[in-house]
Design a protein around this ligand. Structure first.
Ligand code: CP
Length: 306
């Protein structure tokens, strides 16, 4: 693996290897062990052209735990604002001896463009591109599911919400399929759930109660208003009434069901606070697992896995 740009097309053995490697890093990510030297002398550049709280921070923590030097480009203050192209920006950062670019961009495909033009020794990790792909979120979601449920091949997983605009949903669906999950459901209003998911073996449901019935895992997604306009934009009150995850609705899922959300959550829109903070929620453990998973991705790319 030279770059991690998407989960689509990755062999099951590669996904499992990343998850297994992540499990070896959990004690480091939990700070039982302070640091490992696997990326000592390497420079990781975080290039976030779009906002982030969890992904950018956990990549920084993960790189530091691997002993890399980390640079966070402040895009708002960079020369991008003076008209410098993405490729010129990357060429200049490469001249500063970058070894790895972690890239988030609102344009689908931007990390691919960078990967095509950077020096052969440089690795690119997609940290979310447009509505296309968010592979490390998909991987940390799989790590979380495996942690709580162990066996992928018996599971019913419902992904609920704004799927059409969600790079997380796309990465999760590819990962769940590759790992052998037999029952993947996409649940939401017709305007927000693409019908062609059926071609990927996904069951499409427009009724929330039907969609989460007997599910082992419910993944909720926020309305991505920044990618919507006009008729697509539902009012948040109306959306919560039909698709908000409440305790009453969650009672239809399996009694030991876990509730996941990539964040940021919008309380009272796609999820009720009693569910987000309740006994079934693993939303914050997802964030913690993200450190170990991102450590594993960077270590494997750099050829220095544990
Ligand atoms: N899940 C996720 O990508 O969160 P951030 O946008 O805060 O990075």
């Amino acid at each position: 693996l030279i770059h991690l740009l998407s989960i689509e097309g990755l062999p099951q053995a590669v996904l499992t290897h990343i998850l297994d490697t992540a499990s070896t890093f959990v004690s480091v990510s939990d700070r039982d062990v302070k640091k490992v030297p696997l990326l000592r002398g390497k420079s990781v550049f975080n290039l976030f052209f779009e906002n982030s709280t969890r992904t950018r921070t956990t990549f920084e923590i993960a790189a530091k735990r691997l002993s890399a030097d980390v640079l966070n480009l402040d895009i708002a203050r960079s020369s991008t604002a003076k008209g410098e192209t993405l490729l010129d920006t990357v060429a200049n950062l490469s001249a500063m001896h970058a070894d790895m670019f972690v890239v988030r961009h609102s344009e689908s495909g931007a990390p691919y463009l960078i990967a095509q033009h950077c020096a052969p020794h440089v690795h690119v990790v997609n940290a979310g591109d447009g509505r296309h792909s968010h592979p490390t979120q998909g991987l940390l979601d799989m790590y979380t599911i495996r942690h709580y449920k162990r066996d992928f091949t018996q599971l019913s997983v419902a992904i609920v919400g704004d799927i059409v605009h969600s790079r997380v949903a796309r990465s999760d669906i590819h990962a769940l399929s590759i790992l052998g999950v037999p029952d993947i459901r996409a649940v939401g209003p017709k305007t927000l759930v693409p019908g062609d998911l059926r071609e990927m073996g996904v069951r499409v449901c427009h009724d929330l109660e039907e969609g989460i019935k007997d599910a082992d895992v419910v993944i909720t997604l926020r309305l991505q208003n920044e990618r919507m306009s006009g008729a697509l934009l539902p009012s948040s009150g109306e959306y919560f009434q039909h698709y908000g995850l409440t305790e009453e609705r969650l009672a239809l899922a399996k009694p030991d069901c876990i509730v996941m959300h990539p964040g940021p959550i919008n309380r009272g829109v796609e999820i009720d606070s009693r569910v987000a903070d309740g006994a079934h929620s693993v939303i914050l453990p997802q964030v913690s697992f993200g450190i170990a998973v991102r450590m594993a991705v960077m270590a494997i790319l750099a050829g220095n896995e544990a």
